[in-house]
Design a protein. Structure first.
Length: 244
């Protein structure tokens, strides 16, 4: 469905991606892990058209979308939920959701609204409230729900669990699994919690120094000794402390 081939990108003359290769299929969750500064956010921003690629190709169903404007990429079904819960704070929850579905057939709105409120029932009682009054976890729910109102074929999620309490993190990952496996949405996920991301992912990629350094199934990378030492040491150290 989505193929990124030899992608080079960055900001002005500063190139941060030096030849990235990834692919994600319909109904598949692909996680991207790597150190800070590896180019993970730049990758998502380039795929959705907010940053222009310097070289390489992004294709959707075999069609080159690398040079398309961001609005056209969104119209083709690639929705981006950036880090930082960038909702529209002066709008109500319902208005945010309406804006998310502006390009979708109006006859589908009620059904889509019912679906996202099933995923995030906490939002239902707040529909008419100003979204800036929401707690941080509720704002994250709203950001994802708004993207889903656009009926995405591919959902790009950048650090969705940042700042969320543990129970909400588990709910979030359950929602991502439902979106992907039950609705057929391809998910490309950047996540600070590498352990949970790899457990969730059908496939995973490691970005390092702006390049694809490793790839495999989520479970393959989870059991890889180098990956454990480099990216999961904090988790295993915590497990050892709890066991002792």
């Amino acid at each position: 469905m989505l193929i990124v081939n030899d992608l080079h990108s960055g900001y002005g003359s500063r190139e941060l991606l030096h030849g990235v290769d990834i692919a994600v299929e319909k109904g598949e969750i692909a996680a991207i892990i790597g150190p800070n500064g590896a180019g993970k956010t730049t990758l998502l921003m380039t795929i959705c058209g907010f940053i222009r690629a310097g070289a390489g190709r992004v294709s959707l169903d075999g069609v080159d979308i690398t040079r398309l404007p961001a609005w056209e990429i969104a119209r083709r079904g690639i929705m981006h939920v950036p880090e930082g819960r960038r909702i529209f704070p002066r709008m109500s929850v319902l208005e945010n959701l309406q804006l998310g579905g502006f390009a979708v057939d109006r006859e589908l709105f009620d059904g889509d609204l019912e679906f996202v409120l099933t995923l995030f029932p906490e939002l239902e009682k707040r529909l008419l409230q100003n979204s800036k009054a929401l707690a941080s976890d509720e704002q994250q729910m709203l950001a994802i729900a708004r993207a889903l109102m656009g009926r995405p074929r591919i959902l790009l999620l950048d650090e969705p669990s940042v700042g969320l309490p543990p129970p909400m993190v588990q709910q979030l990952f359950s929602v991502i699994r439902t979106i992907s496996h039950n609705r057929g949405v391809a998910v490309l996920l950047i996540e600070q919690n590498a352990f949970q991301a790899l457990r969730l992912a059908d496939k995973a990629y490691v970005l390092a120094n702006g390049r694809t350094a490793d790839s495999g199934t989520g479970l393959d990378l989870l059991s890889d000794r180098h990956i454990q030492e480099e990216y999961l040491s904090g988790f295993f150290a915590s497990e050892r402390r709890e066991a002792s």
